[in-house]
Design a protein around this ligand. Sequence first.
Ligand SMILES: NC(=O)c1ccc[n+]([C@@H]2O[C@H](COP(=O)([O-])OP(=O)(O)OC[C@H]3O[C@@H](n4cnc5c(N)ncnc54)[C@H](O)[C@@H]3O)[C@@H](O)[C@H]2O)c1
Length: 326
Amino acid sequence: MSEKKRILVCGGAGFIGSNFANFHKNDYDVIALDNLFLGDPRNLDEGVNFIEGDACKTEDLDKVGSVDYILNLAGTSSQPMFNGDGLVSGYVNSVESFMRVLEWGQKNDVKKVLYASTSSLYANNPLPLIETQEVIPPNHYAVTKMLYEGASRCFNAVHPEMEIIGFRFMSIYGPNEEAKGEFANLISQFVWDIARGLRPMIYGDGSQTRDFTNVLDVVQAVTLAMESKSHLGANVFNIGTGNSVSLNEITDAIYKAFGKENDAEHIENPIKESYIQDQYADITKIQDALNFAPGVKLEDGIKQQVENLRIERIRHSSSDLMRGMK
Ligand SMILES: NC(=O)c1ccc[n+]([C@@H]2O[C@H](COP(=O)([O-])OP(=O)(O)OC[C@H]3O[C@@H](n4cnc5c(N)ncnc54)[C@H](O)[C@@H]3O)[C@@H](O)[C@H]2O)c1
């Protein structure tokens, strides 16, 4: 019997990383490396190897041993983390971990690195959002991801034997977000609010839309790229559903899953500039290249989150997190 291939998931105890690691725990040898800035090892199923370590540090990466693939999800994972004192540490963590992972992968004969970019790069570009559009990153978080994409192209040009494939995730929701606390997706925040007897707060009239994509569809897309025999080089793909759903539709579905009438509170939108009103992806590129077909229905994904509540695991305060980043 041939040995299982090995995957290193950097940021593997986090939201997307743990879902990916758990999904592959039987067919691959999966190692989740995470410094627990935001992750929680309780997200990981038995069968996934967990290493507490920092992707910025070669000595921590060396603990992993040789791997076939790397999925890099480490880094500073949303714009609010760059606010105030988080600015420089946010950049350093994202850039240093990414470049260290590429360097380590190349030196250790890794065949493919897959990594998270973001749809935030698109800002308020015309819809649908498509990879060929010019992008001007609207905030520091998006700048770090643009840097990932540029660095990957340069790195792959010098080391073509290691493919480096990026994914511009749309608005991803699903289980294992409790450790992200207030940085979690709106769907998680709304579910937790209702479960705690609070009314979800919506900015404005709730007509704004996002391309809400279940994390299992992200797992599908990344897996297709990882296992593809086609040469993908340093390509970047949108991952989304291609549909836009309003926040009113989201709260309707969540309240329905709780068996209640929609009672969300609407407040004036405090974000005056550059607020994203609508979002949906053109996913033709990944459909054509990899036969990606998002399959999780929004109502099913929401129902699953409502039925599997773990309120006690939610991280409440971000101030401790910010202190931890310095
Ligand atoms: N969730 C979304 O909707 C979404 C959308 C677009 C892009 N992304 C990107 O996808 C990636 C994963 O997102 P997520 O939602 O799972 O976020 P997350 O914060 O849950 O996961 C990131 C994980 O990386 C860990 N980490 C951070 N720096 C590290 C380091 N130096 N070494 C080791 N571990 C480190 C954190 O502890 C955390 O567990 C992020 O890069 C994020 O920017 C996410």
